[in-house]
Structures are given as C-alpha cells and as structure tokens.
Design a protein around this ligand. Structure first.
Ligand code: ATP
Ligand code: MG
Length: 416
C-alpha cells in the first residue's frame, strides 16, 4: 500500500521557482525604493512572548482574540508566532535603547507572518509582509513620506488602480469624549448590531466601523464621526499630512470610517485598496498609521512612531507586471569523445566569467542533451568532445572554437 500523501498545512503554500523569482525581483525593487527613502533593513524573530502582542496589538483586536498561533515552549513560556511587525520593532527599539540613536530611527522589514484565518485567495495562515517604521518623531512629513513610499512601492510592483483611504483617529486622550458619544449611540441601536460588535461596545467601540454585518453597517452609516471631533492639534497635524500629499500629487479619499484593525493607532491611519479581481474580497494591499503611544505601552520612553505593512502575496496577485525571468543559460553538453572533467572545467570557467550556465548532469545521449538544451531555453550549447563546438541556439550556427578561453569570450560577447 502506498504511504499516505503529505500536503502543506491549510493556509500555507510552497513558492515554486517561477513564483520565487518574482518575489526576489519584488524584494530587489522594494529594497531600492525604501533604501532611497532612508530606511534601513531590520529583522526580528518569527516568534515572541505572547505578552508582546497582547499589549502591543491589543486584547480587543481580532488578531489577539482569534488569529494568533500561540504555543507553550518546553519551559512553559507562552510564545506566539508573530502576527504583525510593528510591536516587535517597538520592542526592539526599547530593548536596544534605540532612543539614543539619531532620531527618527527608520527601518524596513520583509518576512513571514502568521494568523489563524479562514484560508482563501489572498488570505493565508502564513503570509509575507513588507513594512516600514519610523520611530522618534511626530513630524507630519514622516506620515506623508511613509504613504508616498508605499505608493511608490506599489507602482514599482506594477499594482495599478489603487485607492488610498486616509483618516485621523486623534490621540488617545482627545478620543475619549468621542468614544463616550459613540458608545452611547451604539447602545441606542444595540438591537441591530452583530453580537461581536455588541460584545465590544465598552472595550473597543471603533471596531463597529470595520464590521461586515449588514445591520451593523446600516447603524454605522449614521454614527457620529471621529474626524468631526478632533482636537485642534490633531486636526492641524492631519491638515499638514494632507497638504504634503497634495503637494506630492498623491490622490486620496478621506474616509472617516477607516479605523484599522489594531488598537495602537493614533492620528493618521491609511490603507491602499486594489480593485484587482484576483484579490477576491481581500482588497487591502497595505496599510498603516501613526502609533504615538505604543513604545511607552511596551515599557519604553514616550516615543511617537508611524509605519505601514503590505502583503507580498496580495501585491503579487494584483500586479500587472510581467517580472523578468532568469536569463537564458549556456548549456555545456558532453559528446561521446568528451569527458565530464573537461565539461565541468568549461562550465566553471563560464560561471567565473559571470555567465549563467549549466552542464549535462543526467547521463543523456547527445541527442537527448540537445533536446534538454531547448527545453531549458539555452541560448547556446557548448559541445565538449575532442575539442569544443559552439552552437548558437537561435540561429542554429555551429562551429568549432579553439578552447575554453574562446568559448568564454563568445559567451561574454553574447551578453553585450
Ligand atoms: P484584512 O482586512 O484583509 O484582514 P488587515 O487589516 O488584517 O487586513 P494588516 O494587519 O493591516 O491587515 O496587514 C497589512 C497587510 O498584510 C494587509 O493589507 C494585507 O495585504 C496583508 N495581510 C494581512 N493578513 C493577511 C493574510 N491572512 N494573508 C495574506 N495577506 C495578509
Ligand atoms: Mg485581518
């Protein structure tokens, strides 16, 4: 009996070479865009103390309530596969005393994240995010800069037809009066709300704006709006962010119902949506905002911060770009009169000269090797026998060359 087949766990996927090439290319473009903006690379562990996300993301969020992969290690500590990247960056900022560095500290990251969600197109249990964070200043130009960088990244990735939604949540203190008003309003309409929203009226009434539930949505259409009640300072900050975006020619929609799924946001919040049908219901490609209280919440000095995260899989799904594949290789074939040693010597010399090249490694006949060379779309074949023959696979021209040096010279010449 055949052994039972194993499959990648639900919500995860393999990245096969063709797709992996696109990812590497996107990574290269991302690095170029974010590097130009003054952001430096940063990596954090794939798992952290569960406490970090409970405090940093917030107990009332969907992420902490339903989506975390939490486990106990052998020492009985509760650990969680990271569901997002901002809390880890803030933890690292505090842990390494980065407030002593020149401010703002600007970093970008790229890597796997984990959320226990219902798997579907554009929504996975292990997915990849790229993100940036700028810590140590509340200057509105940092908000505008981070939005511009995400716009530029999406452009470089070939994601067109995006909509940028923008709002401001005010600061925590200035939000209190509004939240009391919103709670009152929600309680008046309790009967029409989803159970989920009703259960969070006290803890996190803003979540109601994010609900998919129809009755809740109808209630929210008439709800009081936070934007109308911003403090003078918060309104001024928001106006400056918008002005910088206007100057830069970035179009956006001010959406007073945009709340984002994490508790830590203050002031600016934003999200890019894509109309691409390949995303299905998952229209959000990336989003973020300001989180001026988070570092302090995690035990650090009062430190403002702003950043975003974008989903790599969703970007690639929505991308209209045909990313270039690998360059066509030179194939080194071995004739009956040739030796493995001579062929291996030639392929090594080609690679040292910077030529992408492959050598026969499966014991095929010469005819089989020529077929293989076509299949891998080789641009030329060097046939190693008593001497070396060079065959241009596009023109079909074949001629003897004097040796390894000439073969390498021809290959290098084909590059130019
Ligand atoms: P959604 O509303 O789609 O659940 P979110 O608000 O939870 O998104 P964020 O926490 O802001 O998303 O994460 C930033 C980006 O990461 C999203 O815009 C999306 O592109 C991507 N992302 C989030 N969750 C997933 C997932 N489960 N699978 C794939 N990509 C994801
Ligand atoms: Mg989500």
């Amino acid at each position: 009996m055949a052994a039972a087949k194993l499959q990648a766990p639900r919500g995860t996927f393999d990245v096969l070479p063709e797709e992996a090439l696109k990812r590497r290319e996107l990574y290269r473009r991302t690095w170029a865009v974010l590097g130009r903006g003054g952001y430096r690379p940063f990596d954090s562990p794939a798992f952290e103390d569960t406490e970090l996300f409970k405090r940093g993301v917030g107990e009332s969020t969907d992420i902490v309530r339903k989506e975390m992969f939490t486990f106990e290690d052998q020492g009985g500590r509760s650990l969680t596969l990271r569901p997002e990247g901002t809390a880890p960056v803030c933890r690292a900022y505090v842990e390494h005393g980065m407030h002593k560095l020149p401010q703002p500290v600007k970093v970008w990251y790229w890597g796997p994240f984990f959320r226990h969600e219902r798997a579907q197109a554009g929504r996975y249990r292990q997915f990849s995010q790229v993100g940036i964070e700028a810590l140590g200043s509340d200057d509105p130009s940092l908000d505008a800069e981070s939005i511009l960088l995400l716009a530029e990244l999406l452009e470089a990735a070939g994601v067109r037809e995006t909509t940028l939604k923008l709002s401001s949540l005010g600061t925590r203190d200035s939000r209190e009066a509004y939240l009391a008003q919103l709670r009152r309003y929600l309680r008046e309409h309790e009967g029409d709300l989803s159970e989920d929203v009703r259960a969070r009226v006290e803890q996190n009434p803003l979540r109601a704006f994010d609900a998919g539930h129809e009755g809740t949505r109808a209630v929210m259409a008439g709800a009081p709006q936070l934007l109308d009640g911003l403090s003078a300072e918060d309104a001024e900050h928001f106006a400056e962010v918008r002005e910088l975006l206007d100057d830069a020619g970035v179009s956006y929609e001010v959406d007073p119902t945009l709340v984002r799924g994490l508790d830590y946001y203050t002031r600016t919040v934003f999200e890019f949506e894509s109309e691409s049908e390949r995303l299905g219901a998952q229209s959000g490609v990336g989003g973020g905002g300001r989180y001026d209280g988070l570092v302090e919440e995690l035990g650090g000095p009062p430190t403002p911060g702003v950043g975003w995260a974008a989903g790599i899989e969703r970007i690639l799904l929505a991308s209209e770009t045909r990313f270039p594949g690998a360059p066509r290789p030179v194939f080194v074939a071995i004739d009956e009169s040739g030796t493995r040693r001579a062929a291996f010597g030639l392929v090594t010399a080609l690679r040292e000269a910077g030529i992408r090249s492959e050598v026969e490694q499966a014991g095929r006949s010469l005819k089989g090797q020529m077929k293989h060379a076509s299949r891998i779309e080789a641009r030329a074949v060097a046939i190693v026998g008593e001497g070396i023959e060079w065959r241009d696979m596009d023109t079909g021209d074949q001629r003897p060359v004097t040796g390894v040096q000439e073969a390498v010279r021809i290959a290098v010449g084909m590059n130019g």
